[in-house]
Design a protein around this ligand. Structure first.
Ligand SMILES: [Fe+2]
Ligand SMILES: [Fe+2]
Ligand SMILES: [Fe+2]
Length: 273
C-alpha cells in the first residue's frame, strides 16, 4: 500500500506539474500544445494519486462516528471527489487540440480555479491529516523546463521526470537531507522506463549512434544505482546531490544526445505515433 511519504511526494509532483501550466499571452501553437499535454498528464497523475490515496481516506472514514478524524476524512473525500469531477470536465474541454490557443484567457481563468482547488485540497490534507508538514512544508515550485525534442512521447517523459525532480526538490526545501532510498528508486524507475522507450526507437530505426547513446544512459543508470547502494549500505546520500546530478545530466543529454537521435528518427521517417 502507498505510504504517506509516497503520497507526499505525489502531492509535490502534482503541485510542480500544475505550476508548470502557465498560459502566457501571446501563446504560440507549440506552446499551447505543450500546455495541452501538460493538462492531460496532470489529469492522469491526479486520478492515479486519488486511487493511491483512497485506502487512507477509507481508513479515516471508518473512525468512530462523529470523531474529528472521521469528519476530516469525510470532508477530504468530498473535496477530492469534486476536484476529480472538475478536472474531468476541464480536461474533456481543454485537452481537445487547437482550443487553448484560440481561447487563452478563458483557459487561464478556468485553470486558475482548478489550480487553486488543488492547492487548497493538498494543503488541508497535509495540514490536517498527514503529519508531514513539519519536516517539509508543501510549497511547490515551477520546474526547470527540459528542451523540447518535438516527439510527444519523449517530451512527455522528460516533462514528467522534471516534474518529479521539482517535486523532490521542493520536498527538501533547499535543505540538506539524506535521501530515503525510495526517492532514488522512484527516479531510477522513471528514468529506466524512458531509456527503454528511446532505446527501442533507436533499435527500430537502425540508428548508428545507438551504442554511444546507450552508453550515456548506462552511465546515468550506474550513478543512480550507486546512490541507491550507498543508501542501502548505510552511507549518507544527500538528496540535493542526487537531484543536482540528474538535472544537469538530463539537461545536457536531452539537448545533445536526444536531439541527435530525434534528427535521425525524423530523417528516417521513423517518428513514433
Ligand atoms: Fe492527496
Ligand atoms: Fe531522453
Ligand atoms: Fe536519451
Amino acid at each position: 500500500m502507498t505510504d504517506l511519504a509516497e503520497l507526499h511526494r505525489e502531492h509535490l509532483a502534482l503541485g510542480t506539474l500544475a505550476a508548470s501550466i502557465e498560459p502566457l499571452e501571446p501563446l504560440s501553437a507549440p506552446a499551447a500544445e505543450r500546455l495541452r499535454r501538460a493538462v492531460l498528464m496532470f489529469s492522469t497523475r491526479l486520478s492515479e494519486h486519488f486511487a493511491h490515496e483512497d485506502p487512507i481516506l477509507s481508513e479515516l472514514c471508518a473512525a468512530p462516528d462523529g470523531s474529528a478524524v472521521r469528519l476530516a476524512g469525510q470532508a477530504r473525500r468530498r473535496e477530492a471527489e469534486s476536484l476529480a469531477a472538475a478536472t474531468r470536465d476541464f480536461t474533456s474541454h481543454w485537452a481537445r487540440p487547437g482550443i487553448i490557443e484560440h481561447n487563452t484567457r478563458s483557459f487561464a481563468s478556468a485553470w486558475s480555479v482548478l489550480h487553486a482547488a488543488l492547492f487548497r485540497l493538498v494543503k488541508r490534507e497535509e495540514g490536517e491529516i498527514y503529519p508531514l508538514t513539519a519536516s517539509a512544508p508543501w510549497q511547490p515550485r515551477p520546474v526547470l523546463v527540459p528542451p523540447e525534442t518535438g516527439i510527444r512521447e519523449l517530451d512527455d517523459d522528460h516533462a514528467e521526470v522534471f516534474a518529479l525532480i521539482g517535486g523532490l526538490r521542493a520536498a527538501i526545501g533547499g535543505g540538506r537531507i539524506d535521501t530515503d532510498g525510495s526517492s532514488v528508486a522512484t527516479l531510477a524507475a522513471y528514468a529506466e522506463r524512458h531509456f527503454a522507450r528511446e532505446e527501442s526507437l533507436m533499435e527500430g530505426s537502425a540508428y548508428p549512434g545507438l551504442e554511444d547513446h546507450r552508453q550515456e544512459h548506462h552511465r546515468a543508470r550506474g550513478i543512480l544505482m550507486g546512490y541507491r547502494n550507498d543508501h542501502l549500505d548505510g552511507r549518507h546520500v544527500e538528496a540535493a546531490t542526487v537531484l543536482a546530478f540528474l538535472e544537469d545530466w538530463l539537461l545536457s543529454h536531452i539537448a545533445e544526445a536526444d536531439q541527435r537521435m530525434v534528427a535521425h528518427l525524423r530523417a528516417s521517417g521513423r517518428l513514433p505515433g
